[in-house]
Design a protein around this ligand. Sequence first.
Ligand code: SF4
Length: 305
Amino acid sequence: MARGEPLATGIKHFDKIILPFSKKGLESKVQHNIQTNATLINEAWCELFKNYNFKVGVSVDGPPELNSKRKDLHGFQTYFRILKGIEYLSDYNIPFSIIAVVSEDSLDSATEIYEFAQDTGCKSLCINIEEKEGVNLGGVKSTEKVKEFWRQLYVAWRDSPSVRVREFDRLFRRMDFICKNKETIKNEMLPLEVELIPTISSSGEVILLSPEFADISGDKNYNFSVGNILEEPLRLILERGIKSYYVQDFIKGVRQCREECPYYSVCGGGQASNKYFEHKNINTSETQYCRNTKMALTDAILELV
Ligand code: SF4
């Protein structure tokens, strides 16, 4: 994984990087996904996406007034170039999703964001409430306003459900499972949900739990790199990685979530990156992120269904 716009690598180099995955026997085992700001998409990129069956996600926050923070390296607005990229995807019949970052400024605009997603012809809308993460020290703080955002979005979706909303899909899957097993389910019986999510950085370092840990140095307690793929097989790195201090610390935090939090059955214990960036500690439970995206979302939906 390298940070930044993946298409900026250039199509020739990109094609060279993914070519090994098209070897016989591998194609059916590998799913390519790409998250892009879409500004560089043209016919050639669309051909490549089609050839390799890419799942495409476009980063756009909504109509122009909500998208003004997305600027290029020269400080110019990217909105109309994003739309052009989306047009190419549509012309080539390439299904795509939209990821919209919602900040304090756009919390009142759930309906506009949903209608914008419908207008683009995307298959699904993914909402990222702005988080405190890496160099971004802000993040949305008013959980009550976030709850109102989820309410508005749910009503817009319920009245015209032509676009899937990732957060609703996830929550409904969980709720469905709980409803079917409500006689027997207790938090302590639910599994500890720990996905290792191995991420490989551009220098070959293997990072576990959260791709956001790639290329950051951690601190005296946490060394996020558990090995280098250029030096040893992934299997060995994973066997060692799961015993690493920070992964074990994260598991302790998830255990605490399972013991104490009434939302565990719909959440599963949160993300390591949010715990680290908010508390500088992974062995912990509640974060602003989980209040906004798990608790507020669940409360809003339960009040409306
Ligand atoms: S909502 Fe927060 S405190 Fe509750 S299980 Fe999820 S991460 Fe843990």
